[in-house]
Design a protein around this ligand. Structure first.
Ligand code: NAD
Length: 339
């Protein structure tokens, strides 16, 4: 860190999320600056670094982490590249904010868990940004305080206007439902034990071969049931909501965001076009909290265990999707470091 305590961050992967985090670190949050960027696409890294004073571009993530101006690492490369980047950061004992997923499958996530345990302390915050969204935080607070009694069920909706080319059924679990997996575990403070997936007749707007919408059912260790309607070619915008049904009431977030208008014979508001706009403040808060904790020498937020558990539920989810059967989640024992 500089004499002013400014955290020098290496951003690994400078695509959609990485370049947005670079902008966020430099222009939105405080206490950090982008000291290095790394991307296997040299031109992309050079272009991004060119606009930032004191930022060096690299094609090799390890070289970026070895830059003397670097104190911490933000990993925003594609999921399959995360394990290598995490192990490289661990070898240098650098603090990490790792975009979700921690890794794409439970076996690689377990290797990361083992490596972090060998370090003997937590080094990673996983980028499950919904935990930093004001609405989700308010809902979590109500559940934690028991305002409505014991939670019995959650009803989630997760809708996107459309999907990018090549979006598959497995990606509906790994890239979309993974967020409901994390908020379910976090809001209810329970592990997910089993998954079922129902696939209604698809919309004509879904690409060939994509089952869209899908209804995903989770069971938790405490016997709660959680349903998620996932509809990723709904055509009208981005919409995420969650209703907790408790013993003495319900609480719902995600509706009526922004300004409510009466005009031209209609009432209503506007939907955000995508996750970047809907969760912009959550991304900002997530990165600010990571920088603040790191400067204090602490680690907080979603852990490698949360990343591993999400990967285990995703694996069960894809099997449930393919088989139409109820699939039990296979979870390793939770290590003491994450208790
Ligand atoms: N939290 C969220 O809401 C959210 C939303 C979208 C994506 N993501 C996650 O963010 C990560 C990045 O997604 P994206 O949409 O920005 O992808 P992207 O394809 O736009 O960008 C990825 C970048 O990483 C680079 N890259 C590939 N392999 C690399 C490697 N080994 N080392 C360094 N750079 C490498 C690519 O050249 C590209 O520039 C993924 O893990 C994705 O799941 C999270």
């Amino acid at each position: 860190m500089t004499s002013h305590g400014t955290l020098g961050v290496a951003v690994i992967g400078t695509g959609r999320m990485g370049s947005d985090h670079v902008r966020r670190i430099n222009d939105v949050i405080s206490g950090a600056r982008v000291a290095a960027v790394a991307d296997i696409d040299a031109a992309r890294a050079e272009h991004l670094a060119g606009g930032i004073e004191g930022c060096t571009p690299y094609t090799d993530p390890a070289a970026a982490m070895d830059d003397p101006a670097v104190d911490a690492v933000l990993i925003a490369s594609p999921g399959p590249a995360h394990e290598a980047a995490l192990l490289t950061a661990f070898a240098r004992d650098l603090p990490v904010l790792c975009e979700k997923p921690l890794t794409p499958d439970p076996a690689s996530a377990l290797r990361v868990l083992a490596a972090e345990q060998e370090l003997g302390h937590r080094r990673v915050q996983v980028g499950f940004m919904r935990r930093y969204d004001a609405d989700y935080l308010a809902l979590k607070s109500r559940l934690q305080q028991g305002v409505h009694g014991r939670p019995l069920m959650l009803h989630n909706k997760h809708r996107n206007a459309d999907t990018p080319p090549g979006f598959t059924n497995a990606m509906m679990i790994h890239d979309s439902v993974v967020h409901e997996i994390d908020v379910t575990r976090w809001l209810l403070d329970e592990e997910i034990t089993a998954v079922r997936v129902l696939r209604p007749a698809p919309t004509a707007n879904a690409p060939e071969g994509l089952s869209d919408p899908q209804l995903i059912l989770f069971e938790t260790a405490a016997g709660q049931v959680v349903d998620t309607e996932l509809f990723v070619n709904c055509g009208f915008g981005y919409q995420v909501s969650c209703e907790a049904v408790c013993e003495a009431g319900t609480a719902r977030i995600g509706d009526d965001r922004g300004v409510f208008v009466n005009a031209a014979g209609r009432w209503g508001g506007t939907l955000t076009p995508g996750f970047v706009e809907r969760f912009e403040e959550a991304y900002d808060r997530q990165v600010q909290r990571w920088v603040d904790a790191t400067r204090r020498g602490e680690v907080e937020g979603p852990s490698c265990w949360d990343g591993y558990a999400a990967a285990a539920v995703c694996e069960a989810g894809v099997r449930a999707q393919q088989s139409g059967e109820r699939v039990t989640v296979e979870l390793a024992e939770r290590p003491a470091l994450y208790s």
